[in-house]
Structure formats: C-alpha cells, structure tokens
Design a protein. Structure first.
Ligand SMILES: [Zn+2]
Length: 424
C-alpha cells in the first residue's frame, strides 16, 4: 500500500479514511483528501495501536488498518473465550463468528488456536466511491466472513484487473445479477454487493430476508453476482487509475469534447462500450452509433471493431455460457425503468416478472428506446436463451448518481432483486 501523508489525495486516501472511520477514529466526510482531520485521526489510531504517532500512514499503519477494510480479523484463542463472549467484546454475533469458523466446535474451542472474528459492521461500504481495490477488499472479506460464498474470476480487463463473480445458495434456480458494465454507473456495484451481503447476513443470523425465510431462499436459489463488470472504467471515473492510463483515456476523450471527463465515461478503458459489444444486433448498434458520430474509441457508445471486442463483455458472455441462468438482471443508472424485451421478443414469464418488479420498486416496466435496443447483455441473453433478462435503470438524475441517492436506490431495488430470485 502507498505511504500516505498530509497533502496526499486520491483513492488510497479514501480507503484509509474508510478504515479509520470504521475503527472509530474519523467521523468526517470521506473525501479522499488527507488534511488536518485525517492527520489527527491517523495519529490517534497509531497511538492506540502501539505505533509512533507520526501521522504518516506507512506499512505498519496500513497493517493495522486493513482489517477494517476486510471486515474481519484473526485472534488467538485464550482460556475462557466463547463465541458469545467474543461476540460481545467485538460487537458482533455468535452466529456470525460460527459462520466464519465452520470447522470449529463452540463447546470445545482450541485454546492457542486462531479464530476469525467478523466485525459487527457490513463489509460492503455504501457511502464511499468504489474502485477495483475496494472491491478486492470486499470480496475477500465476504468470502472469509461467509465461507459458503464462492469467488470466481471470469476474466481480466485491459489493465489486468480481475472480473469477479460471487456465488451463493444451493438452489437449482440460477440467477445472475451484474452491475457496472458502464463506468459512471458504479453506484450499482455497492447496490448488488450490499444485496448479496444482506442475504448472507440474514442467512447466518437466522433472520428473514426481504420478508422471506433466508434459509428457504438459500435452498431454492443459486445467486451469482458480478459487482463490477468494468473495473478499469470505474477506476477511471473515481480517480483510481495510474496517471498513464488516465492520460491515455483523456486522449480518447479529447475527440469527444462534449462529454465531460472523466465523469461522462461509460466505456471500458480502451473506449469500447461493454454494453454495445454483445452479439445481438451488433451491426444494427454499429449503424446507429456510427450515425450518431461514435466512429472511434470514445467515452461511450463506441461498439468496438467486432462483437465482444471488449474483454469485459467476452468474459460475461463466456461465463453465462457455462451456467444455466433462469433469469438475469443487469444494473445500470438512471431512469427508474425496467427493460424486458429484445426487439419484439418477450420470453415466457418475462412480462409477469417485469410487472412484479415494477410493482415492488415503483419503477416502470418499459419498452427500450429503439436506438438503445441492440448489442446489450440483456439483448444477447434474451436472443440466445429465450429466458427473462432485464436491464434495470436505477435511480434518477445525471450519472454518476450521487451517493446521497443510495438509501433510496437500495430501498427500491432490494425487493426488485428478490422478485428475480423468487420462482413465479
Ligand atoms: Zn448503462
């Protein structure tokens, strides 16, 4: 990890502030700027962790801080420790500790052995900008806290970032929810990850989830979540790529001066739109977008040189072919709409599901605007599988939507995703 000090800025400062906030030392806005407040927080954090309070976050400070990003730590068991006492001491639950240590007999804890203690807060942050680095902390934290969550890597981006899929549940009904095909729609990454984690947490704590038994949902569904299909793009929008990569993207954007940079960026880092890359009406998409002037790599709307030229789309496509999805949901922003058709094609059950989703979210089940109606993931899934595939345009406003919208988007879309999970 980068050594950070007074005056540092950027995504790593965001991560540091998040860790300090979770540890209880930073109570201000997480803004990625290492100013006086962050300096004071680092000093106090260092003092109480046995480090020299120099206010510089180097390797030793990071070493103590990272566990707050992972959302768990390991502890050596002492005589008298029980799940219940540990839970009380660290603000978590005995069920959460049991879930993170599936091989361990609570009535016979191995004194001197190591135990994983999940913190009481969720791993998934919903109040900070996301990046591929943050996602890596989150997926590691989730798979340790909830060992029944499996992590798969389905591909790699041009900047060599892994494209992640999280899987959970034992059911025959396979459901795929993906997010952040589009870079500046990254608020969908915390949304779908938060959903998975909330489901997992309800499951281990024997609580209902979205008005249902989490246990029976777990038994009937296998949920696959791809939180960030386009991590390079998300990193670009949130200032988490190298200067070299940012400059290369800026040169692409220079040809499209009407699109603000980097906030207007939707494409992958090479300027190919990953949701205009699927082999479903790709030639039509190309004709439409070329006519609109997107004839070269661009911040959005360039279809690439051939179908699946974006490695992100190729990965999602190949992954889909290895599974047997009953339903897919692709998250985008914004517009509060649910698209469920490809051309005139409406798979069996799709309209009913869309209506239910609309009912629980307050969104509108709508026809896709013709000029946006080709080469997206939903289009390809409906074309090739003839099963319900949805694009959900969450939230309202100008992308990237502000995090202040998150609570509302969550409230609208948790029930919507639960409709996708439930057999009808
Ligand atoms: Zn989009």
């Amino acid at each position: 990890m980068e050594t950070l000090r007074f005056g540092s800025t950027g995504n790593n400062v965001t991560l540091l502030q998040l860790a300090l906030a979770r540890a209880g030392y930073y109570k201000f806005k997480i803004d990625g700027i290492f100013g006086t407040r962050t300096l004071n927080a680092v000093r106090r954090f260092q003092s109480s962790n046995g480090l020299a309070p120099d206010g510089i976050a180097g390797p030793n400070t990071w070493d103590k801080a990272e566990k707050y990003l992972y959302g768990f730590f390991t502890l050596r068991l002492r005589p008298g420790d029980t799940f219940f006492r540990l839970a009380k001491r660290y603000g978590t639950t005995a069920d959460a500790i049991a879930a993170a240590n599936p091989g361990m007999d609570p009535s016979n804890l191995p004194v001197g052995g190591e135990i994983i203690v999940p913190y009481g807060f969720p791993v998934t942050p919903t109040d900070v900008p996301w990046s591929s680095d943050l996602l890596e902390y989150v997926v590691r934290g989730l798979t340790v806290r909830y060992p029944f969550i499996q992590l798969e890597t389905i591909g790699q981006t041009p900047l060599l970032k892994p494209i992640r899929v999280l899987r959970m549940g034992n059911g025959r009904r396979e459901v795929f929810i993906n997010a952040a095909h589009h870079a500046n729609e990254w608020i969908t990454s915390p949304l779908v990850t938060d959903y998975l984690e909330s489901f997992a947490s309800a499951y281990v704590n024997n609580r209902p989830f979205e008005g249902q038994s989490a246990a029976s949902l777990f038994a009937s569904v296998t949920l696959y979540v791809a939180p960030m299909v386009n991590p390079d793009g998300v990193d670009l929008v949130n200032g988490a790529v190298s200067r070299e990569a940012e400059n290369a993207a800026r040169r692409i954007a220079d040809d499209y001066p009407e699109i603000s940079f980097p906030s207007g960026w939707k494409a992958n880092i090479r300027g190919v739109d990953p949701n205009l890359s699927y082999p479903a009406g790709w030639d039509e998409a190309k004709a439409i977008k070329f006519e609109q002037g997107f004839t070269t790599p661009a911040p959005r709307d360039f279809v690439g040189d051939a179908p699946l030229a974006a490695p992100e789309s190729r990965a999602v496509c190949d992954f889909t072919r290895t599974r047997d999805f009953a339903v897919t949901v692709s998250y985008h922003t914004q517009g509060e709409e649910i698209y469920y058709k490809y051309l005139d094609k409406v798979p069996e059950g799709a309209e009913e599901l869309a209506k239910k989703m609309a009912e629980v979210s307050g969104y509108a089940a709508a026809d896709v605007p013709f000029r946006s109606g080709f080469a997206g993931y939903k289009d390809w899934f409906i074309q090739d599988y003839d099963r319900p595939g949805f694009t959900v345009e969450a939230g309202r406003g100008v992308n990237p939507l502000p995090l202040s919208q998150y609570p509302r988007i969550r409230e609208e879309n948790f029930p919507l995703m639960t409709v996708a999970l439930s057999d009808v």
